[in-house]
Write a protein that binds this ligand. Structure first.
Ligand code: NAP
Length: 323
């Protein structure tokens, strides 16, 4: 969709940045409110959940649902109500056209978009571990996505680093392919929720290296092992593996927003209870928001709130708000 050429100079009602559950939900609400809204997304809509093999805690799906299917349904629902979605590398910057003015300018690689309101739902991305070998062997045994790469490790031995929900969920997924899955965690117990812990601890294909950190990822053409160190004694050991999946936390996608809206010390967007950011008319929703609980269901709720408040903001500017 060549939105830039359709109506050059047009001021849209709302631009939603990001096509994960928060952005798509905002899109459903804005489209039904007949706002002139556009959702822009870096690749194809879906966000991080699209890469989750199975989501079991989104209400209404007692058997669980594939992450891809859940967000694809959201996309179809939004487009069904008339939401326009444009896929291009979206944001290079955000500013007010005039200081304190009503029009927001979103600078993208393909030109500038203008709108009376914006919803920032840019999500987060996996953090790097920052050890030797990580960059060198990325794609040659080092992965951040079991759903994408797990099938390449049939009958192999793989390590999963981290003790959170992502690490344990993806480690369990990997037991479908791998002969053995070793969770390497820096503590002596898991951070992940209890139901995942129960499944992991009772899975005969799973092993645990407690209180260990990865010092180095080793290999030749591809990964052959990890150098581990005990967090207390510092004692080192080599763990031979064919691959390693890293789930050591996440970073917010806010680099392009620095200076435009207030961020917390980790880079997440600060909002008030109505999801307003420090820039008037600009809202934040989903994982990128400081204080988010990083759940699909919560991101959906944020999308609703941000959309209703953005709609009110625009209608209020026009004098058409139903008060
Ligand atoms: P997370 O909860 O932040 O867990 C990251 C894990 O990596 C932690 O166990 C942490 O150890 C470990 N870690 C961080 N830095 C490390 C380092 N330098 N070296 C070794 N280990 C390191 O991240 P996540 O698992 O990606 O989850 C993110 C959010 O999404 C969470 O709120 C989670 O609940 C949510 N989520 C939910 C589901 C679900 O509901 N099923 C699924 C996936 C994600 P410590 O424990 O010692 O800090």
């Amino acid at each position: 969709m060549d939105v830039m050429k359709e109506n050059p100079g047009e001021v849209l009602d709302v631009v939603v940045v990001g096509g994960g559950p928060a952005g798509l939900t905002a899109g459903i609400y804005l489209a039904r409110a007949r706002m002139n809204a556009l959702l822009i997304e870096k690749q194809s809509p879906g966000g991080a959940p699209a890469l989750t093999e199975r989501i079991e805690n989104y209400p209404g799906f007692p058997e669980g649902i594939s992450g891809y299917e859940l967000v694809d349904r959201m996309r179809r629902q939004a487009e069904g109500f008339g939401l326009r979605i444009a896929s291009f590398n979206p944001l290079r910057g955000l500013r007010e056209e005039d200081e304190g003015g009503e029009v927001k300018v979103l600078d993208t690689e393909e030109g500038e978009l203008r709108a009376y309101a914006a919803i920032l739902a840019t999500g987060m991305r996996p953090a790097k571990l920052g050890v030797p070998g990580e960059e060198e062997f990325h794609g040659r045994g080092v992965s951040y996505c079991a759903t994408c790469d797990g099938a390449f490790f049939k009958d192999s031995v793989v390590a999963v680093v981290g003790g959170g929900n992502s690490a344990v969920e993806e480690a369990l997924f990997l037991t479908r392919f791998a002969r053995r899955v070793v969770i390497v965690h820096r503590r002596d117990r898991l951070r992940a929720g209890k139901i995942l812990q129960e499944r992991a601890l009772s899975n005969p294909k799973m092993d645990f290296k407690w209180k260990k950190v990865v010092k180095e990822i080793r290999g030749d053409q591809k990964v052959t092992g990890l150098l581990l160190a005990d967090v207390e004694s510092g004692e080192e050991e080599e763990l031979p593996v064919d691959g390693v999946f890293l789930y050591v936390g996440n970073l917010p996608n806010t680099e392009e927003l620095r200076g435009a809206v207030d961020l917390d010390e980790r880079g997440f967007i600060l909002t008030d209870a109505d999801l307003r950011t420090s820039m008037k008319g600009v809202f934040a929703a989903g994982d990128v928001r400081a204080g988010a609980v990083w759940q699909v269901a919560a991101a959906v709720g944020d999308g609703v709130r941000a959309a209703l408040n953005a709609q009110f903001h625009v209608e209020n500017l026009r004098g058409t708000a139903y008060i």
